[in-house]
Design a protein around this ligand. Structure first.
Ligand code: 13P
Length: 255
């Protein structure tokens, strides 16, 4: 495996934070701090913030993502947003299958797969989240579960579409808890994801896949996590809501 072969991607996931006005202000603050990034920089924002975020990020190296996407192209799905709507709004990335959606909104491996296919079909880059709960880890299911979730999410994804797939390993017990996986645990989890892709698509595809770590990554621990062979970037929650903290993580990924 050769890390230099892969693109480092630092993505913020704002979750249900920031109004459009606040989004524009935060992106203005971030722009000069990340303009020399040696990695890709993405901010995934609430749907209603997309217009302001795209407008504010215009001409900068910050790309805008959404936090979910529906799997149908159109129709009677009240409250949902299609991939084409996102594309036309200037969105380039979309988070799919975040554990908060799996836990609170009935997201399943099946719907994660359908959303991934819809996103890829529309030309979006899918940031697909996988991760085990503490109970699953303690029972010794981490490897089996991560490989299963990864393969399920990628069912019917064509090999040539993998260039638009990022997998984010986010241990559920590390999200928003302040408890970060150790660098070795992150490397191991990301390694299981990569191994699943190798089993399904071959070594070359696995080698080229960007696998992020997410879960309480912050300015203080990012460098150690990102130094690991299998950690190609981060999906950042809380620390992406503060410009200096997010910029410090981008710096750590740029070295
Ligand atoms: P925190 O960085 O707040 O732990 O959130 C991680 C996450 O869920 C990113 O998607």
């Amino acid at each position: 495996m050769n890390k230099a072969y892969r693109k480092a991607v630092i993505a913020g996931n704002w979750k249900m934070n920031k109004t459009p006005r606040e989004a524009a202000a935060l992106i203005e603050e971030m722009k000069p701090l990340v303009c020399n990034a040696g990695c890709d920089v993405v901010l995934c924002v609430p749907y209603v913030d997309i217009a302001a975020a795209v407008e504010t990020a215009k001409g900068s190296n910050i790309k805008i993502g959404a936090e979910n996407v529906h799997f149908k192209a159109s129709g009677a799905y009240t409250g949902e947003v299609s991939a084409q709507m996102l594309v036309e709004s200037g969105v380039e990335y979309v988070v799919i299958g975040h554990s908060e959606r799996r836990t609170y909104f009935g997201e399943t491996d099946q719907t994660v797969n359908l959303r991934t296919l819809a996103a890829l079909e529309a030309g979006l880059t899918a940031i697909v989240c996988v991760g085990e709960t503490l109970e699953q880890r303690e029972l010794g299911y981490t490897e089996t579960l991560l490989k299963y979730q990864t393969k399920m999410a990628l069912t019917n994804v064509k090999p040539e579409q993998l260039k638009n797939v990022i997998i984010a390993y986010e241990p559920v017990w590390a999200i928003g808890t302040g408890v970060t996986a150790t660098a070795d645990q992150a490397d191991e989890g990301n390694g299981y994801v990569r191994a699943a892709v190798a089993e399904a698509y071959g070594e070359a595809a696995a080698k080229a896949l960007t696998v992020q770590y997410g879960g309480s990554m912050n300015a203080g621990n990012a460098a150690e996590l990102l130094a690991k062979e299998n950690v190609d970037g981060g999906l950042i929650g809380g620390a992406s809501l503060k410009a200096p903290d997010f910029a410090a993580i981008v710096d750590a990924a740029s070295k």
